[in-house]
Design a binder for this molecule. Structure first.
Ligand code: Q46
Ligand code: ZN
Length: 313
């Protein structure tokens, strides 16, 4: 196959777009695609400061790389989840990426926060599934870091496969409140929140992997061990089968939802105006935000367990 742009020998074939690209043209295609998404959705401007949440995986590092290449002002944010060797390797990868390019990086480690909040420990203490505990803590630390650092925007590396799987899950259960927030740009609902954006929302996992490979970005290939068996993977698998039979399905699913249906749910989000958490001051829908609730639960349950284990108890 020949490159769709320059007619040289193609190195990558994108069935969903019925296009092929040589290496330089592919990198150009990817950059332009991100640039157009940023402009079309008014995600941010060159004057704004962007905090990029990086996990060490291909998507977030490809995003950071492409934003730097496009000249945006970026800072990376890495949150150490405390998930054994997986977290150690992710942190190393992110630190090496930032150091090699002299990019600013903020690192927070859950094990060092509050009473010690490594994901596996919090999951055991609160009898939650690890991903539920992890999700609540990630949201809190991302929001808090963006607010404390005075950033304008928080960018994440969610790609088309993530968005399609999330959409499928939301549609299967008709979760109107989730559908109302499923957008590539989320305006802040409180002065302490910042705008949240997903510049890769229409680029597939395959496309970001090819970009990372062609740019020579070392990334952590292994998935978080807790991802195994997650419902999200089941949806991704189903969508991959549909995509194989009918290329372009994922793209159409997400794009058409945003174009024709997402607005129908927008009213569901209008009521969501949070107050402030009495503990940490971040936005909250009750007296405490869900993160501070979680921390309190960890403290109470650990204290109870310690008391029960004391000799003579
Ligand atoms: S939520 Fe769950 Fe992820 Fe957290 S515990 Fe791992 S799989 S990292 S996206
Ligand atoms: Zn709080």
């Amino acid at each position: 196959m020949k490159c769709t742009r320059c007619k040289a020998k193609a190195e990558v074939h994108l069935r969903a777009h019925n296009a092929g690209f040589c290496r330089p043209c592919y990198l150009e295609y990817f950059r332009r695609h991100v640039e157009r998404a940023i402009a079309r959705e008014r995600m941010f401007t060159p004057e704004e400061r962007i905090l990029v949440a990086v996990s060490g995986g291909k998507d977030s590092l490809a995003l950071w790389d492409v934003l730097v290449g496009l000249g945006y002002q970026t800072t990376g944010l890495y949150l150490g989840l405390g998930i054994g060797g997986y977290s150690d390797r992710s942190r190393e990868t992110v630190e090496e990426f930032a150091a090699a390019r002299a990019l600013p990086l903020v690192v927070r480690t859950l094990a060092d926060e509050g009473p010690g909040l490594a994901v596996p420990d919090v999951a055991v203490s609160t009898r939650r599934v690890p991903c539920a505990a992890c999700g609540a803590m990630k949201r809190h630390f991302f929001d808090a870091a963006a607010h404390e650092g005075g950033f304008d925007v928080l960018a994440t590396g969610h790609n088309l496969d993530d968005e399609a799987a999330r959409l499928l899950g939301n549609v299967l259960r008709w979760q109107r409140d989730h559908l109302s927030r499923q957008r590539p740009v989320l305006a802040p609902s409180h002065p302490k929140f910042v705008r949240k954006v997903k510049p890769l929302y229409l680029l597939s996992e395959y496309e970001t992997a090819v970009y990372a490979f062609m740019r020579g970005i070392p990334y952590v290939v292994e998935e978080c061990p807790n991802a195994e068996g997650a419902t999200q993977l089941l949806y991704k698998d189903a969508l991959n089968r549909l995509e194989a039979a009918s290329p372009g399905t994922k793209h159409a699913f997400v794009k058409e939802f945003l174009r024709s249906a997402q607005g129908l749910f927008a009213g569901d989000a209008a009521r969501d105006v949070p107050g402030e958490c009495q503990q940490c001051g971040m936005p909250a829908y009750g007296a405490l935000c869900s993160f501070c609730h979680l921390v309190r639960e960890v403290e109470t349950k650990r204290a109870r367990r310690a008391a029960a284990e004391r000799p003579g108890a």
